[in-house]
Design a protein around this ligand. Structure first.
Ligand SMILES: C[S@@+](CC[C@H](N)C(=O)[O-])C[C@H]1O[C@@H](n2cnc3c(N)ncnc32)[C@H](O)[C@@H]1O
Length: 237
């Protein structure tokens, strides 16, 4: 596939102000204003080509979704995907509950104010397998501290990966950071494709290769923790 020159991609993104946010720091504390409503905001960090965020935005129209990536070309690909899935609902419509933001996750606290978002999805984050790169893993405690700050009282992190070593590292990191984990799975699609969960591009590829997908949910906000405490033993009845 021939990729367009960088200049062409930037022009393309600049022409999509209804969907693409090239300077997301200016919306810190004002994302609800940008969406035009107070619905919960769910964010995918490192969305790639946007299959997950697009599918989720259709499945949950009453949630606002923000997809984040650091590459212009991926934002462009995700914008095409989001428009395509929403076009199937209504021709020419701007996806009403989606924004695609260009930023580096290292600067996430400059993009969101404290308590501004309700859920973070980490899907197939780069595993950074070398020990000396552990600090770059998106589930490292130095990131968890930032996520805790921007998540609200109902806040949760939902994490999926094919990498057993990243999963092991992450479970330990969540535990060491004092976070409650739930719905842990070592093989999400053990009984066939689990339709409850929207798949990402990487997930489709890895499942096609017969690989196991690991998943867990992490409870961060105080209200979410209270709700979890009240319901946790019910599933064993
Ligand atoms: C392995 S891909 C997974 C893509 C997608 N979530 C999926 O499951 O198909 C990781 C993505 O995270 C993005 N990414 C990695 N580090 C990032 C960072 N520091 N800031 C923003 N995006 C990042 C990459 O550009 C890439 O699109």
């Amino acid at each position: 596939m021939r990729l367009r020159g960088k200049k062409g991609i930037r022009e393309n993104l600049e022409a999509q102000k209804d969907l693409v946010v090239l300077d997301p720091k200016q919306y810190k504390g004002r994302w609800a204003e940008l969406f035009g409503n107070d619905r919960p905001i769910y964010v995918e960090l490192g969305m790639g080509k946007g299959q997950f965020i697009s599918g989720m935005s259709i499945k949950y129209p009453n949630i606002n979704f923000i997809g984040i990536d650091m590459y212009d070309e991926l934002i462009r690909r995700a914008s095409e995907k989001a428009r395509a899935v929403w076009n199937e609902q209504e021709e020419g419509v701007t996806p009403p509950n989606v924004k695609l933001a260009l930023t580096n996750i290292e600067q996430i606290e400059e993009v969101f104010a404290p308590n501004e978002i309700e859920r973070i999805f980490l899907n197939f984050s780069d595993p950074w397998p070398k020990a000396r790169h552990a600090r770059r893993r998106l589930t490292h405690p130095r990131f968890l501290a930032r996520y805790k700050e921007i998540l609200n009282e109902r806040g949760e992190i939902h994490f999926k990966t094919d990498s057993q070593t990243l999963f092991e590292f992450s479970l330990n990191s969540f535990a060491d950071f004092g976070l409650q984990m739930t719905n842990i799975s070592l093989n999400l699609h053990r009984d066939g494709i689990n339709e409850e969960h929207v798949m990402t591009e990487y997930e489709s590829k890895f499942v096609g290769q017969g690989m196991n997908i690991h998943r867990c949910e992490v409870i961060v906000g105080e209200e979410a923790l209270r709700n979890y405490e009240m319901s946790r033993l019910n599933k064993y009845k």
